[in-house]
Design a protein around this ligand. Structure first.
Ligand code: ATP
Ligand code: MG
Length: 361
C-alpha cells in the first residue's frame, strides 16, 4: 500500500472547522483508491499556540515537518490575540521560504451549480490554472530611499530575476501545460514598459519552448491579460507569471469563479526536496468562525491538489468530481453552506462530499 505521511495544521478560526471536513473527504478517497495516508495533526501556527508559548512555532518545527510528504494547512491569523504580520511571518511565510515552495498554484474553475460574477459563463468556460513565481521578482527587499526629506527625495526598489529562479517556475508551468488537454501556456509580461526584466522573462519563455513542442505558447501584457480574464476566461489553460503579476492574477482568477470559500491553492516544491503545502485561499474568517457555517470546499479541493501532487491523479480527479457532483445538486438538494445560498453546515457539506466520494463511479 502506498504510504504518505501528511502533517495537518488546522491553525485558527475556520481553519479548525474546514480541515476536519477536508480530512474526512481525503480518508474516503484514500480508502476508495487503496492509498495509505497517515495524518499527524499539529497545534502550532495558531493564536492559541502563541498565547501559550509566545511564538508561532516550536524551535524544532523544521525537523518536525521536514519528514512529511505534504502539509495540509487550514488558516492562520487571529488579530484579536496576535497581529496578522506576526502570525503570518512567524508561520506560513517561514514554511514557504524554508521549504523552497517556489511555485504558487491556483486553479480557477467555474464549478457546476455555482453562480460566478461573470454573466453567462457556464462550467467549462472557465478552467485554467495560475502559476505564480513565489520567491523572487518584484518582491525583493533591495532598494531604499535617498535624499530623504529633500526635494530630491528618491525611492527605488529592484526587481530580481535569476535564470535559475525564472527557469524553474517556467519549467513547472510548461510541464503543467504539457499534461493538460489544451496544451496551452500563456505568459504574463509587460516588456513594452518594463524594459529590462520583462524582456528577459519573455526570452526565457521562448528559450524553453523547444523542449515542449506540443505546447502552444502565447504572451499577453498584464494590462490586457487582466481584461481578458474577465472578458474571455475561456482563452486560458495555464497562465504563468512573475511574483507581482502572479499575485494579482491569482486573486482575480478565483474571483471570477465564485465565492472565496471554494478556492484552493498550493505552495509547491516541485523537486520534492521539501514538503509542499496545500491551503485554501481564504483566511481564518473571524467574522464567521465558531458558527459551523464555513464552506469547506476550498479545503477539500486542496486535498485533491495534494493527491495529484503525491502522484495520484485519478484519486485527485475523483475527489474533485465528487465536489462537482454535490455542488451541482444545488442548495435545495444538497446541504450547501450559506455562501452558496444553502442552509447546510460545514460538517454536513463535508459529509455529503465524502459520501459522494464513496458512491460515485
Ligand atoms: P485573513 O486575514 O486570515 O485572510 P480575513 O479577515 O481577511 O482573514 P478571510 O478569511 O480572507 O478573512 O475572509 C474574507 C471574507 O470571506 C469574510 O467575510 C469571510 O466570512 C468570507 N469567507 C472566507 N472563507 C469562507 C468560507 N470558507 N466560507 C464562507 N465564507 C468565507
Ligand atoms: Mg484576508
Amino acid at each position: 500500500m502506498t504510504q504518505h505521511r501528511i502533517a495537518v495544521i488546522p491553525g485558527d478560526g475556520i481553519g479548525r472547522e474546514v480541515v476536519p471536513a477536508g480530512l474526512e473527504a481525503l480518508e474516503a478517497t484514500a480508502s476508495r483508491f487503496g492509498l495509505g495516508l497517515e495524518f499527524d495533526t499539529f497545534d502550532f501556527a495558531s493564536a492559541e499556540y502563541w498565547q501559550r508559548h509566545g511564538t508561532m512555532l516550536p524551535s524544532d518545527w523544521e525537523e518536525t515537518l521536514r519528514g512529511y510528504d505534504a502539509i495540509y494547512f487550514g488558516a492562520v491569523g487571529w488579530p484579536e490575540v496576535v497581529p496578522d504580520h506576526v502570525s503570518l511571518w512567524g508561520s506560513l511565510l517561514q514554511f514557504r521560504r524554508t521549504f523552497d515552495q517556489y511555485v504558487n498554484l491556483r486553479p480557477c474553475r467555474l464549478l457546476p451549480g455555482v453562480r460566478g460574477p461573470l454573466a453567462g459563463r457556464e462550467p467549462g468556460d472557465i478552467d485554467f490554472i495560475v502559476v505564480r513565481e513565489n520567491t523572487e521578482g518584484e518582491y525583493s527587499s533591495i532598494g531604499g530611499r535617498i535624499f530623504e526629506g529633500t526635494e530630491r527625495e528618491t525611492v527605488l526598489q529592484e526587481t530580481v530575476m535569476t535564470r535559475v529562479g525564472v527557469d524553474r517556475v517556467l519549467r513547472f508551468a510548461y510541464e503543467q501545460a504539457a499534461r493538460r488537454p489544451k496544451n496551452h501556456l500563456t505568459s504574463a509580461t509587460k516588456s513594452n514598459g518594463i524594459s529590462i526584466t520583462m524582456p528577459y522573462w519573455d526570452e526565457r519563455v521562448a528559450a524553453m519552448q523547444g523542449q515542449f513542442p506540443g505546447v502552444r505558447v502565447d504572451k499577453f501584457h498584464i494590462d490586457a491579460l487582466v481584461a481578458n480574464f474577465v472578458l474571455h476566461p475561456d482563452w486560458f489553460d495555464v497562465v504563468v507569471a512573475s511574483n507581482l503579476f502572479g499575485d494579482i492574477l491569482s486573486d482575480l482568477g478565483p474571483a471570477c469563479t465564485g465565492t472565496l470559500g471554494l478556492a484552493p491553492s498550493a505552495n509547491i516544491n516541485p523537486e520534492r526536496d521539501h514538503p509542499s503545502l496545500f491551503e485554501p485561499v481564504h483566511g481564518s474568517a473571524p467574522d464567521i468562525a465558531g458558527r459551523g457555517i464555513a464552506n469547506p470546499v476550498g479545503q477539500i479541493w486542496c486535498g485533491s491538489m495534494m493527491l495529484d501532487h503525491l502522484g495520484h491523479p485519478e484519486a485527485a480527479a475523483h475527489l474533485l468530481g465528487a465536489i462537482e457532483d454535490v455542488l451541482a445538486y444545488g442548495p435545495t438538494e444538497a446541504p450547501l453552506t450559506p455562501d452558496l445560498q444553502g442552509k447546510g453546515t460545514t460538517a454536513e457539506l463535508g459529509q455529503a462530499i465524502a459520501d459522494r466520494v464513496r458512491t460515485r463511479d
